[in-house]
Design a binder for this molecule. Structure first.
Ligand code: 6AU
Length: 271
């Protein structure tokens, strides 16, 4: 599956968010997702406008924005239309189905109304997919399960990862793929050409190996070429600590990661 082009994989999905993301990557020639982990509305929108031309996906942690308001969502949607990217709210839902359905649709953020894609920990079992799907599926949204994590000592390994993949297989209309560190957990079982999952991978960097809190970085080449992942998720590698944002440096770094990710993909499908 990982040798097929993004464009060829569109037809293997029924979910509209998955189709839209694969088409967009093919059309725009980028597999870069920027993770915009800053806390002010102004910095958030400034970074997104700067990286917009180079990304397929903007990833948000909407609950860290100090001055969140509805206008921020309007502006985010305007930037999504202006630059042609999709929106991924990295909410990491982890509760029972009834609770996550409320967290996804209600409250201050009303995530389902604007995020094309969100993610969840599989730890509660299939009920979390049922709960999120009851809200997101009718809206054409897509869900990623965290089958692996990037951090040192994380518990998402072995049987847990395999069970997450099985949960996804039972819900392919809504679960479009995984947050994972490689394609390996799918490889053995990717038997037929009709199964295709997207692998989005965080913990991607070019200049550092990690942070002081357990994050571990791999290069875009390692992630996309060696490990068969589809989308590289990059945060601080592009905008540093997010304090004194230098727009031209943000743009330079975004283009650098975009090129590294895309070249690794071209080499993979060529192989
Ligand atoms: O590039 P960074 O380290 O600045 O940011 C990485 C981003 C952060 C994390 O919340 C997220 O990726 N992340 C995730 C996701 C996307 O679910 C899972 C994981 O295992 N590790 C990780 O870093 O916004």
């Amino acid at each position: 599956m990982s040798r097929l082009s993004y464009g060829h994989r569109v037809e293997l999905h029924s979910n509209s968010a998955a189709k839209a993301l694969l088409s967009l990557m093919e059309r725009k020639k980028t597999n870069l997702c920027v993770s915009v982990d800053v806390t002010s509305k102004a910095s958030f929108l400034t970074i997104i406008d700067a990286v917009g031309p180079d990304v397929c996906l903007v990833k948000t942690h909407i609950d860290i924005i100090e001055d969140f308001d509805q206008d921020l969502i309007t502006k985010l949607q305007e930037l999504s239309a202006k630059h042609d990217f999709l929106i991924f709210e990295d909410r990491k839902f982890a509760d029972i189905g009834n609770t996550v359905a409320l967290q996804y649709s209600q409250g201050v953020h009303k995530i389902a109304s604007w995020a094309h894609i969100t993610n969840a920990h599989p730890v509660p079992g299939p009920g979390i997919i049922a709960g999120l799907g009851s809200v997101g599926h009718p809206l054409g949204r897509g869900l990623l399960l965290l089958s692996e994590m990037s951090t040192k000592g994380n518990l998402a390994t072995g049987l847990y990862t395999e069970s997450a993949v099985e949960m996804a297989r039972q819900n392919r209309d809504f679960v479009i793929g995984f947050i994972a560190m490689s394609r390996d957990s799918l490889h053995q079982k990717e038997k037929d050409d009709s199964e295709d999952f997207l692998i989005l991978t965080p913990g991607v960097g070019l200049d550092t190996y990690g942070d002081t809190m357990g994050q571990q970085y791999k290069t875009p080449y390692e992630v996309v070429f060696n490990r068969g992942c589809d989308v590289i998720i990059v945060g601080r590698g592009i905008y540093g600590d997010g304090k004194n944002i230098d727009i031209s440096s943000v743009q330079t770094q975004a283009k650098r990661f975009r090129q590294e990710g895309w070249n690794a993909y071209l080499k993979r499908i060529d192989g």
